[in-house]
Structures are given as C-alpha cells and as structure tokens.
Design a protein around this ligand. Sequence first.
Ligand code: SF4
Length: 394
Amino acid sequence: MEEKIKKELKSLLKKCDARLEELEAEYPERKGFMEWLSFSGISRRGFLKWSAIMSATMMLPPVFEQRVARAAEIASRIPVIWLHFAECTGCTESLLRSNNPGVAEIILQYLSLDYHDTVMAPSGESAEKSLKDTMAKYKGKYICICEGSIPTKMDGKFLRVGSKAVTGLEKAKEVTKDAAAVISIGHCASYGGPQASYPNPTGSKSINDALGINSVIIPGCPYNSASLVGTILYFILFGKIPTTKGGRPLFAYGKRIHDTCPRRAHFDAGEFVREWGDEGAKKGFCLYKVGCKGPLTYNNCNIQGWNDDIASPIKAGHGCIGCSEPAFWDRMAPLEKPIEARILPGVESTADHVGWTLIGISAVGMGVHAFYSYFKGKKKGYNKECCSEHEKEE
Ligand code: SF4
C-alpha cells in the first residue's frame, strides 16, 4: 500500500514539474515579482513560509512547497480576463484596498490582468480591443474570473456592458467559452447575490445557472483572496481545478465557521452575547444569540482572515452572516436574530440545551422551544426552495 502511494506521488510530482516547465517556457518571465513582495514588506523567507502554509491549505504534502512558490511566480504570467457583471465591485475593492496585504493579495494585484473592467487603463473601444486580442492570442489558455451575477429576464437587457452595449449574458457567453478555466468569485457570481433575492425582478442568476456551465465558485461577500489564489495555484500545478463540493473548493469550504471559531468554547459553555455592548460582548462570548450564522456556514474566515490574516467578522465582534451559503439574503435574514430550529434542526436546541443544562432544568423545555420555533417558522414562511438547496449540499 505504502509503495503504491509513493509511486502515485512520484508520478504526480513528475507531471507537476513537466507542467511548470511548460508554463515557464510558454509565458515570458515578468521581472519584479520578488521586488514587489519585498516592497510590501514580505521577505523571501516570509514568501517561502507562505508557500508552505498554502501547500498545507491545499492539502498537499511538504514536497510541494517549493513547487507552490514556483506556481505563485508563474501566476503573475498567466493571462487573466476579469469580468464584472451585476454587483457592487466589493470583491475587487476588498482586494485593492487591503490595508495590510498578504502574499495572496499581492499575487492577485500582480496577476497578468489582460482585461479588468475596473482597474485597466484603456476604456471604450481600446478596452474592447484588449479583450478581443487577449481572447484571440490565448484562446483556450486564459483564466476567466467572473464577479457579479447575470440578469437574464428580457434576454438579459437589464445589464449592458462595454462600448458596444452588449448584454452581460452575451459577454459572459462569449468570453467563458474559450477559457481554460472559469472561476466565479463572490456571492453574486456564485449564487446570485442580493440581486437574485426575492422577488428578483431582473431574473438575476449565478454565472453557472445563467450560462449552464460548471465553473468553480469562491463565494463570500466579499470572497477570501487566499481561496482564489489557492484555486489558481492548484490549476497552475495540476492543470485542473481542485476537488469541490457543491462547486466550492473543499480545501477552503470543507469546514463550518462554527467548528473553527475562536469563540466556540463559549458556545459550548453556554456563554453568549445577548445584547450588543453587554458584559458578554466585552468578554468575547459567543455571538449565536445575536444572530451568528456560523453553525450553517462553510468557509475558512477563521483560518485565513483578511488583511494578512488579521481580520474576520467574528474576530471583529460581529457574528457570521452566512455570506458563502446559497441565497443567504433570503435564508439567513434577519441577520441579527438567532438561527431558528426550522432552518437547521438541532442548532438552536443545542445552544439552549447547554444553557438549560447549566441551570439544571430538564430537556422538556427544549421540546417546547423546538415546537414553538417550528410553528413560528411556519407562520412566518420561508424560502423552502433555498433550504432544500442547502440541505442537498449538506
Ligand atoms: S455561533 Fe458563531 S460566534 Fe458562536 S461559536 Fe459558532 S461561529 Fe463562533
């Protein structure tokens, strides 16, 4: 068995080395990547440390660390077309405005962005020309990153883009069809975003639903740059997207926020913030009672935060709002209220159970609570379609 694994690993390394060599030969070296890192306060040593962390994050053995560093440098040469559709540009903003950018943000800022609606220098006709030229020159080789959802009602006429005013739907179809990989980033591109929430007058849909494709999705509002960079590095190393579940890369979305939360011990001990600014808030207690959706949400915010891992909503004192889950605008609202048992049976009762046990009252109270929550849920109504979608994914 051990021999078999060794053989497979050897063959994987061989394929990976051949691919890296091929990419290095194909795309000219871009000078200045290491200088840019050093300008941003990241030493060579820091970069290698980051590569080791990324290897572990992508569930690759240590023998890949140097190769990940090589892939990170190659990432700056691979042609990328970054499209914007119906959205607030928050995903791009979160990347550009990082106060304390880490290696992941720097790699994204240094990508060979041959076309990016927001940050490219050309505009109008010359921007269109850049797009056409890149698509023709790198047909079948460029990575297409999509930000925003696509309105589909009235043949997509709710969104027109570019100097020729084509619909977002037309542009997405044209650019994604010749891409080597399509990556949908942010909640809007992944699941439709607020535009697709009830009653969705423009018929906005995720990239996959609008185009009928299976792009890898990096949901979040905004997405986490480490998850996008990890996906790009994996593609560079192996020529394919990482293993996914429900379209999301498992390495980034394999665990619930609740299971990696720094406040989890307080949840287990029944210690909750019950009102903003109360004693519990000052002591850093669990945010479940003020609406944290961590028990329903799969993402890596607690493992890999923003701004070089110094920030995440829960660290900042606000509960998770569930932004990497399908239709969170419809399913998770109201954001400041606790999850109800009707959405995920067991969660609310678990929290209550902890509290009740602590004061020695029998579990009968939980039954009453679940009964009450169930009927309260029925009375208010909820988007059953979204819930069944979530349960399917679970
Ligand atoms: S409910 Fe929220 S704050 Fe509390 S432990 Fe879970 S994820 Fe953390």
